[in-house]
Design a protein around this ligand. Structure first.
Ligand code: NAD
Length: 354
C-alpha cells in the first residue's frame, strides 16, 4: 500500500430516527443553556418545534438564513446573538443554515450543534463560503467544523422530491472527486465507495416513496459519508466548475452539481482509471462504466440535465470557461480552455456526457 496521511475531523455525531430528542441532553452535557436557533424562513416551523423541545429555554430564533451565506445576514444574526446572550448556536436545515451557524461560530467561538435536513454535507466540513458584494469567498479552518452533529432521519422526510434527488447527487459529487483527489487515501476511499453505494440505492426509491424510512436512513447515512470526503481531501474540476457557475451566474447549488457531475467525470476519466473502477462498482447498472452508471441514475431521478434549463444564457458559456481556467488548481487532467468550454457547452445543452 502507498504511504498516506489521514486527518480525522473531530466532531460528536448522533445518527438515527427521532434523535432530535437527544438535543436537550447534548446541550446539558456541554453545560449550554441559551442556544440561538437558526433556520431559513421556509423551515421556521422546524426550528419552532426544537424550541418547544427545549421548553422555550433558548436565547432566540433567527430564521433568515440565506443561500451562499451573505455577510450582511451574518452581521444581523451576530447582533441578535449578542443582544440575547446566546451561549451556543443550533442550526436546523441544509447547507445555507449550517453555513450561517459556521459563520457565527467562527466569529464568536460559540459551540455549534448542526442538525442537517438535506444531503449537502456541510455539517462535517471545516469549510465556509461567504458572499459579500456579490463575491463568494471560501475558506477552511478546523474551528469552522461544527462540534456536534445530530442526524435525524425524520427531519428529512419533508425534503421535496426534486431537492432530494439533486441534493443526493451533490453528495455523490463529493465522493467522486475524493476518489481521485491529489491527497486521497484508503480511509476516505472507503467512505466514498460506501457513500455512493448507499445514495445510489436509496435515491431512486425516494423518488417513488419520499417517506420511506429505510431509504431516507440510507440516503442520510450516505450523505454523511460523502460529506466526510468533502471535509477531508481536496476537490478539483467538478467543484471548481460548480463554484464558478453558481457564484457567477447565480445558479442553484444542488441542481448545478447534478448537471455538471457526469461531464466533469467524463473529462477526468482517462487519467483516473482506479477511481472509475471503484465508482463503477458502487453504481448499479453501470456495466463497468462509471459515466454510464451515473447517467442511468440521473435518468431514474428525472432531474434537469441542462444548465439552460436553470436559466443560464448560451452567451455566458465563454465567460464561464474563462473564469473556470483563470485560476490554476490541481486536477488529475490538465484544465484546457477549449476542452472545458466544450464540457460547459454540453452541460448547458443537456447533452450526454462523453
Ligand atoms: P439549502 O440549505 O439552501 O436548502 C434549500 C431549501 O430547502 C431551503 O429553502 C431550505 O429551507 C429547504 N429545506 C432544507 N431541508 C428541508 C427539509 N428537510 N424539508 C423541507 N425543506 C427543506 O440547500 P443545500 O443544498 O443544503 O445547501 C446549499 C448551500 O450550502 C450553498 O450555499 C452551498 O454553497 C452550501 N454548502 C456548503 C458546504 C460546505 O462544506 N461549506 C457543503 C455543501 C453545501
Amino acid at each position: 500500500m502507498d504511504a498516506f496521511e489521514y486527518n480525522a475531523n473531530p466532531a460528536s455525531v448522533v445518527f438515527g430516527s427521532g434523535t432530535i430528542a437527544k438535543l436537550p441532553e447534548v446541550l446539558s452535557k456541554l453545560k449550554l443553556s441559551r442556544p440561538l436557533l437558526l433556520s431559513t424562513p421556509h423551515q421556521k416551523q422546524q426550528a419552532e418545534d426544537v424550541k418547544q423541545l427545549l421548553q422555550g429555554k433558548v436565547a432566540g430564533l433567527f430564521s433568515e438564513a440565506t443561500m451562499h451565506t451573505p455577510v450582511d445576514v451574518t452581521e444581523r444574526a451576530l447582533e441578535f446573538a449578542k443582544s440575547t446572550g446566546a451561549d451556543s448556536v443550533v442550526s436546523i436545515g441544509g447547507g445555507s443554515t449550517i453555513g450561517l451557524g459556521k459563520a457565527i461560530s467562527i466569529r464568536t467561538g460559540l459551540h455549534h450543534v448542526a442538525i442537517p435536513t438535506t444531503y449537502a454535507g456541510s455539517e462535517v466540513t471545516p469549510i465556509l463560503g461567504e458572499t459579500a458584494d456579490g463575491l463568494k469567498q471560501t475558506r477552511s479552518d478546523p474551528a469552522i467544523l461544527p462540534g456536534t452533529v445530530i442526524y435525524d432521519i425524520n427531519l428529512t422526510l419533508t425534503l421535496p422530491v426534486a431537492l432530494t434527488a439533486t441534493s443526493g447527487v451533490n453528495a455523490i459529487a463529493h465522493a467522486v472527486e475524493a476518489l481521485y483527489a491529489q491527497n486521497s487515501n484508503p480511509i476516505i476511499n472507503m467512505f466514498a465507495e460506501k457513500g455512493v453505494k448507499a445514495l445510489a440505492s436509496a435515491l431512486p426509491q425516494l423518488i417513488k416513496n419520499p417517506t420511506s424510512q429505510s431509504a431516507r436512513s440510507s440516503a442520510l447515512y450516505g450523505a454523511w459519508l460523502c460529506g466526510v470526503c468533502l471535509g477531508n481531501v481536496g476537490m478539483s474540476l467538478h467543484h471548481k466548475l460548480c463554484h464558478t457557475l453558481g457564484g457567477s451566474f447565480n445558479l442553484p447549488h444542488a441542481e448545478t452539481h447534478t448537471i455538471v457531475l457526469p461531464h466533469a467525470l467524463a473529462y477526468n476519466a482517462p487519467k483516473v482509471p482506479g477511481a472509475m473502477n471503484a465508482l463503477a462498482e458502487a453504481l448499479p447498472e453501470s456495466n463497468g462504466d462509471a459515466v454510464a452508471g451515473l447517467n442511468v441514475l440521473l435518468t431514474k431521478l428525472k432531474v434537469e440535465r441542462g444548465l439552460k434549463g436553470l436559466g443560464m444564457k448560451e452567451s455566458d458559456i465563454d465567460k464561464a470557461a474563462d473564469i473556470a481556467v483563470s485560476k490554476p488548481y490541481w486536477n488529475p487532467r490538465d484544465v484546457e480552455r477549449a476542452a472545458i468550454r466544450e464540457l460547459i457547452r454540453r452541460a448547458w445543452a443537456g447533452e450526454e456526457a462523453r
